[in-house]
Design a binder for this molecule. Sequence first.
Ligand code: GAP
Length: 485
Amino acid sequence: MSNSENKLPSIISHCKEYGFIFQSSEIYDGLSAVYDYGQWGVELKKNIKDAWWRSMVYMHENIVGIDSAIFMHPTIWKASGHVDNFSDPMIDNKDSKKRYRVDHLIEQFAEQLSITNPDEANAMLSLMENLLSKDDFTGLKNLIEKYKITCNISNTCNWTDVRQFNLMFETKLGSLAEESDTIYLRPETAQGIFVNFLNVQKTGRMKIPFGIAQIGKAFRNEIVARGFIFRMREFEQMEMQFFVRPGTQKEWYEYWKNARIKWHYELGIPPAQYRFHDHQKLAHYADAACDIEYNFPMGFKEVEGIHSRTNFDLTQHQTFSKKKQFYFDNDIDPATNKPYGNYIPYVIETSIGLDRAILMTLSEAYTEEDLSTPEKQDSRAVLKFPAKIAPIKLAILPLMKKDGLAELAKELMNDCKPHFLCYYEEKDSIGKRYRRMDALGTPFCVTIDHQTKEDNTVTIRYRDSMEQERIPMSEVKEKVLNALN
Ligand code: GAP
């Protein structure tokens, strides 16, 4: 199947059928844009987290990890700008009551228009960009009305005014519902790193440049949540803030662009599936920013952001908390022959959505293969994950339960399971069991048969080529471990 739009529904149903991802609260008809990871999804997720953590924290002596709380002091979100600016302009159709993100509504219309009149579509999009940066959104509504953009449910052009809609979820701390008790579910993990910058620097005796990494949940009340786990209301981020000396941020930005794209290639995904998208319109606190885009079934879209955030966040936290966020740099500045002294560090951020990384690896791995022969129609759905992220590494399949084959299989299982996740299965025909393991993305299957009893060899079957070979049972563990490394 090509990497096209209709691959997504197949991936969604595959994820449900094989225990990767379920709609949240499904028996109560589901909760929109919220998902649960099932028994194999959680393993895939853990393996991607481990790959990220290993590459960021274990492979960089100057990066350490933290795990900060989801609830934080509400002033943090005032300081970071989220209370005032973390919002999308929205518009409601008065007839259908459906709410749209204004930029999505206009972009969708422009996409259609570009088929017949690409120049006008482009002009419309640049006008939209311009109008989005204004405080007054009347121009945006006028644009929608001028082009008679309609709601795709009511087909009418009967719109409310454009309003800002903050994406943060609010809740109350304690039992008294007073305004001052309002706190937020964090919309990014980054601020938990910023407010711990000095705690980690001092207790870890960290010297600039150094980084702090974190993996954790984030929450955004996305109005238009779509694309399965691409845009969710509760999701996970893997973020790293790298603190650098002012003036060196450009070279570190380039370093992290390189390091991060290499990490993506190491997932076994070909470079042609990625592209960088440099931000033209920078956020007020950034001096450079880009996205790493992956070619999802719905086209190239952001999977990770790399941002040069200047010293904006630490400076804001210094102002709002009234606690100095200085670092004393005793390295000698060759220009003055004196230590660099006190400063608020600049920051390069790398921020990848874990769930988007999961959708990316699923999209890359999901393959439908026609295995028909002139005699028989046949096909298989297979997840061609690289071994290191595959949920199950090895399936151990005794040809039958009796004749001591199950005992031999259990022996191999006990030898391997301290090292990686194995799966034991004695039900169904061997062909059916192989297909099931293909669908779960298991790179190796081992069959124990009567010959195993005689010469201690097993049949190992490789998921992608479906080739089989006879090897000593004693070599199985090593073979899988080699593939993992
Ligand atoms: N701290 C910077 C930050 O949060 P962002 O571009 O808003 O930047 C970073 O988010 C990454 O988080 C994105 O590249 C994306 O992978 C992921 N992400 C953002 N919103 C998401 C959502 N609603 N659902 C799933 N992933 C999301």
